[in-house]
Design a protein around this ligand. Sequence first.
Ligand SMILES: NC(=O)c1ccc[n+]([C@@H]2O[C@H](COP(=O)([O-])OP(=O)(O)OC[C@H]3O[C@@H](n4cnc5c(N)ncnc54)[C@H](OP(=O)(O)O)[C@@H]3O)[C@@H](O)[C@H]2O)c1
Length: 271
Amino acid sequence: MRIAIIGAGMVGRGPAKAALSCRHDVVLAARHRDHAAKAADEVVARAAASAEEAVQGADVVVLAVPSTAIADVCDEIRRHIRQTVVIDPSNPLEPDPALVLEARMSVAEEVAILLPEARVVKASNTVLGARLTDPVVHGVRLDGFYAGDDPEAAVVAGLVAATAFRPLDVGDLRSARSLEHMAFLNISLNARNGWSWSSGWKLLGDTRGGSPGRLTAVRATPPPRRAWRTPRAGAARAPGRARRRRRAIRRRRSRARAGSRSSPGTPRGCC
Ligand SMILES: NC(=O)c1ccc[n+]([C@@H]2O[C@H](COP(=O)([O-])OP(=O)(O)OC[C@H]3O[C@@H](n4cnc5c(N)ncnc54)[C@H](OP(=O)(O)O)[C@@H]3O)[C@@H](O)[C@H]2O)c1
């Protein structure tokens, strides 16, 4: 399988190594070409000159970029995304961190609007940077939660397992809101208490009811497809509406970008 990873930071390199260990063909891109080349050398993958070049022909795309860059990246790659699995590991950056709790939509749901042909899955966002390559705490394997509407996105479970986390399907794409809140809680606890940014999430107790790794296994029935969650259906009815929603997301994200530049915003050291 061909996997394109946009973003060559800490989070981009993690899935790159995991995908390579599963013998996938991996290509990395970043804002600066030399950053992508350096990361690609490190993990022994290929580097692309741009996000657009990286995603051409990709089966899976990972958006390992700050949430404030997601709208720009989606604009750049949209015309190459056809039924592609798009993994969103991002956590929302807001000028005032409390706004994360008030958001009416997760970043992953915004990605589904910005890339209407994509099969979007939220994954890896609940893991703090230090744990990305160290997922076992006192002998306990941490959980790698993921959420998405498409059962065929089970490929994500394989990638999560390759990073040595226990894949745990939490439901449809709306559940990405819970995952973003979980990440925010871990981040704020570390910031508030001066912890060492190494805590991670593990669901204890009996979780053996389904087979972890398959979206369909834990769902009795497929999630209802609602018009507001199905951008393609909405777009077909009102082409201008999809464009307006994309524009609103872009405006909100660029406000967040301006705010995070001018204020300390999300606490230092967090993701
Ligand atoms: N770090 C964590 O602990 C952690 C944990 C879970 C989730 N996350 C989430 O994962 C995402 C990435 O985090 P990170 O820590 O890896 O960030 P990072 O180290 O700051 O890396 C971000 C990468 O995105 C690239 N990028 C930014 N804008 C771009 C654009 N317009 N087009 C192409 N590439 C662009 C950057 O390129 P350049 O290198 O050229 O600047 C950089 O390689 C964030 O959304 C974060 O919320 C982070």
